[in-house]
Design a protein around this ligand. Structure first.
Ligand code: AMP
Ligand code: ZN
Length: 490
């Protein structure tokens, strides 16, 4: 296969030519969601970014084994192997079994990703389904001398590891800085070193999710799950390991240490990290409480939202930024993305109405344009540049449709192929159900909203309420704001 794909590798901090370990078979592991609550739009950004990467690799002809786990065990509230288990806590609040929590939010996660038209991974393993693999790995790490047990809990010995390995290889942080960010150990601490982290944790009596292991009845640490599952399905060494940038400093740093200590090799050849979705510059996160749920975004039912946006407009919004740049949420940016998505789809809708001419008189060289689309994606999956190239096509299609240029049948076929490959296969966009809103619909809605405003002005609330209810019954929601009345489909 002849490709010039380059990917930015967090490990080397450079863009590298992509050369999989086994030609034509790519192993990719992406850290999946922690399913004790709904995924927010920030989480979705990471999964949509890896969907773009997965789709492009498939488009290039690679066979890809894409593994994305479900974290359903071993997530404590504190960063330091302390605090209550997040699943058990949520189970108490919602009066459910922890595994009911897992099921509920896993199903919700799948529903949301389906709306965003992401492809399912090849394997979606759960942490609770791979306890024995995690125990095996902990045993091996202990045998190799990189872990120790205290009172039924097993810790990874970072001091020992540091003697022969570069512990902060992924982030290049200074060890002194790391140490300054962790608290001094006290008399009651079991750990030997401040940076040590738990591989296996002895369950306290109130801890519900627990399994027998040689050291205690307990549960695995968070990091070991990904090391054990990636090893099981992709081998000791595989091609791509990904996740959000927030995971690099601790979760992925510890994964590398565990896997090296167990298998004596660096687990992934390319480490890829997506940047954060932010709200007013702050990272969207579950704990900060600034997370939009995708459902709120689609209906517009959120204080910060002017109106609702369709899943494809939101997907387009995400792809308009490169996966390694931050993406700041705003109504204006979403409005612009919505317009862009609709312009693209409207032009695609015209393609079947164009009657080919006997000769070609167009001002774009399609072969060159196709080359530029591949060049954009080959440059570390640069979707914003790809979109800019595709808008050259939109301009061309509109111009041909308006009769200003002529296109022959062969060239028209090439244009259609380009759209199929890049808009649908690679970017994963699709025509929304019911099609995009035509100008006629927009004008009709303006008329209806004007009539309703008149009625309200005349205190004829029967009519204004009737309009709202009848629209709602056919799936159109009105929202009154200081900028006037806005509408969206629900
Ligand atoms: P979690 O469920 O919190 O473990 O997160 C699942 C994935 O979403 C991880 O890969 C995180 O790095 C990623 N993630 C969390 N917050 C954001 C955000 N604001 N923007 C982009 N990705 C995020
Ligand atoms: Zn992980």
């Amino acid at each position: 296969m002849q490709h010039n794909l380059t990917v930015y590798n967090t490990l080397t901090r450079t863009k590298e030519k992509f050369e999989p370990i086994h030609p034509n078979l790519v192993g990719m592991y992406v850290c999946g969601p922690t399913v004790y609550s709904d995924v927010h739009l920030g989480n979705c950004r990471t999964f949509v970014s890896f969907d773009l990467i997965y789709r492009y690799l498939l488009h290039l002809g690679y066979k890809v084994r894409y593994v994305r786990n479900i974290t359903d065990a071993g997530h404590l509230e504190g960063d330091n192997d302390e605090g209550e288990d997040k699943f058990a806590k949520k189970a108490k609040i919602e009066q459910l079994e922890p595994m009911e929590i897992v099921q509920k939010y896993t199903l919700g996660f799948h529903d949301v990703l389906r709306l965003f038209n992401t492809l399912p991974p090849s394997i979606e393993p759960t942490a609770t389904g791979h306890i024995s693999e995690q125990i095996e790995m902990v045993k091996q790490i202990m045998e190799n001398g990189y872990a120790y047990e205290v009172n039924g809990t097993v810790y990874f010995d970072v001091d020992k590891y540091i003697q022969e390995h570069n512990y902060t290889i992924l982030t290049n942080r200074k060890l002194e800085d790391l140490l300054n960010n962790t608290r001094e150990l006290g008399g009651q601490d079991e750990k030997r070193g401040r940076l040590d982290f738990a591989l296996w944790i002895k369950a306290k009596p109130e801890h519900i999710m627990r399994w027998p292991a040689p050291w205690s009845v307990g549960f695995p640490g968070w990091h070991i799950e990904c090391s054990a599952m990636s090893r099981k399905y992709l081998g000791d060494q595989f091609d791509i390991h990904g996740g959000g940038m927030d995971l690099a400093a601790t979760h992925h740093t510890n994964e590398i240490a565990q896997s090296e200590a167990c298998n004596h090799v660096q687990p992934a050849k390319y480490w890829m990290h997506t940047n954060m979705l932010t709200v007013n510059g702050a990272r969207m996160s579950k704990s900060a409480g600034n997370g939009f749920l995708p459902g709120e975004l689609f209906t517009g039912n959120h204080l910060l939202l002017k109106r609702g946006y369709s899943p494809m407009a939101v997907r387009f919004f995400m792809l308009q930024a490169h996966y390694r740049s931050t993406l700041d949420f705003s109504n204006e940016a979403l409005d612009a993305a919505d317009k862009g998505y609709k312009r693209l789809m409207a032009a695609i809708g015209l393609l079947d109405k164009i009657i080919p001419a006997s000769q070609n008189k167009i001002d774009v060289d399609i072969k060159t344009l196709r080359g530029r689309c591949y060049a954009a994606m080959d440059d570390d999956f640069n979707s914003p540049v790809l979109i800019a190239e595709l808008f050259e096509l939109v301009r061309l299609i509109n111009s041909v449709y308006d009769g200003n240029q002529q296109i022959d049948a062969t060239t028209l076929k090439m244009v259609k192929e380009l759209i199929q490959h890049f808009v649908f296969d690679v970017m994963g966009l699709k025509e929304e159900q019911g099609g995009t809103d035509s100008e006629q619909t927009e004008t009709l809605m303006d008329i209806i909203i004007d009539i309703r405003n008149e009625a309200k002005k005349n205190k004829d609330f029967t009519t204004s309420d009737r309009i709202r209810h009848e629209l709602s019954a056919i799936g159109i929601q009105l929202k009154d704001s200081k900028d006037g009345t806005l509408w969206n489909k629900i």
